[in-house]
Design a binder for this molecule. Structure first.
Ligand code: KG4
Ligand code: ZN
Length: 336
């Protein structure tokens, strides 16, 4: 089969990224510009500021991706771009750029769902991974348990009914004054804390449900902290971080393993920013080992938002002949 080289562009939130990927698995370049420092003073992503910074950087980032891969515009077979879900202004910057590139270079345009991008991150540097498998996408915006039947065929088995896992990490970190983004900060603080200091509630919902809910846990942590404050009691931030993290990870691991058992799938993939979490990786590894399941997760760079995963997902659409219409528009609420 002929090689296919895809340019991937991602700008759905606060990372401007472009990558060149060969055959969906081999990364020739992956350039990421993160706006974290810009949004840090606000304690979260400010949409208007995010869009403006994407505009400033997109051209430079794409040019750098070609430079790093040492190829010319003509060498790519198609351009893949995230068109949702995400912040509409941010999405529009990447999408407009991709459309212009597609038109000017005469290369087909491929629209990629951001969640599909996260899923595809597991194919990178992993030549043996093939559907079917079970995947847990845990990021700042999503918590999805998905059965991947084929490269372009998915069934959502469960998802969050309120906050995404990463969103819960970010909110609790803000309350604990650990800064933004909260996930890595809680991960780090938790290493020095006692995960059994407080037994926070785990929401398993109805029996056999693969849905998630993290808003109750979030309230429980806030109530606990308010209670301590009212009584004038001291507490260790590390203990709260560790206990909160353990509550999130317990539910993520239990539900994922239960879904694997229920579907009979033997391989599990993790993806999305929260899949960087050290406790999640460790607990999932242990459980998969004892249950006879095979676990995959991407390198940290491919867990958080990046262009390579979008190029990867784009490759499988390219192979299937699925191209975007010329009038493709950004869809902030795009579903899988
Ligand atoms: O996938 P991503 O870059 O963007 C979205 O699509 O949302 O995920 C970002 C999320 C943030 O909520 C961040 O706090 C979380 O991933 N995150 C982590 C860790 N690293 C990033 N959460 C827990 N532990 C981590 N080590
Ligand atoms: Zn993401």
């Amino acid at each position: 089969k002929k090689d296919a080289i895809i340019l991937g562009i991602e700008s759905s939130c606060d990372e401007t990224s472009a990558a060149i990927v060969k055959n969906g698995r081999q990364v020739l370049s992956n350039v990421i510009y993160s706006q974290i420092d810009i949004h840090q003073p606000y304690g979260g992503v400010v949409p208007e500021i995010a869009s403006r910074n994407h505009v400033k950087k997109i051209g430079i980032i794409v040019a750098q991706a070609f430079k790093d891969a040492n190829i010319s515009y003509d060498d790519v077979d198609a351009v893949a771009v995230t068109y949702g879900p995400g912040l509409v202004g941010s999405l529009l910057v990447g999408l407009s750029f991709a459309k212009a590139f597609s038109f000017a270079a005469g290369k087909p345009l491929i629209g990629v769902n951001h969640i599909e991008g996260h899923i595809s991150a597991n194919y990178i540097d992993n030549p043996d991974l093939e559907p079917p498998y079970l995947t847990l996408v845990v990021s700042g915006g999503h918590t999805h348990l998905i059965r991947v039947d084929d490269y372009d065929s998915y069934e959502v088995l469960g998802q969050t009914r309120d906050d995404a896992a990463g969103e819960a990490f970010d909110k609790i970190a803000r309350t604990l004054k650990l800064g933004y983004p909260g996930g890595p900060a809680i991960d780090k603080a938790a290493l020095l804390g006692d995960p059994h200091a407080v037994e926070f509630p785990r929401a398993y919902l109805e029996e056999n449900s693969f849905d998630f809910s993290f808003s109750g846990l979030k309230s429980a942590v806030l109530n606990h902290l308010n209670g301590l404050k009212m009584k004038g009691k001291e507490f260790r931030v590390e203990d709260i971080a560790a206990s909160f993290q353990m509550a999130v990870v317990d539910v993520l691991v239990d539900k994922t393993v239960a879904a694997a058992v229920a579907t009979g799938l033997k391989e599990i993939c993790l993806s999305g920013g929260v899949s960087c979490n050290s406790l999640l990786r460790k607990k999932m590894r242990q459980r998969c080992q004892s249950e006879g399941l095979v676990l995959h997760y991407p390198k940290a760079t491919y867990c958080t938002d990046n262009g390579a995963m979008i190029a990867g997902a784009g490759y499988f659409k390219y192979e299937a002949g699925v191209f975007a219409p010329e009038d493709l528009t950004a869809d902030p609420n795009l579903r899988l």
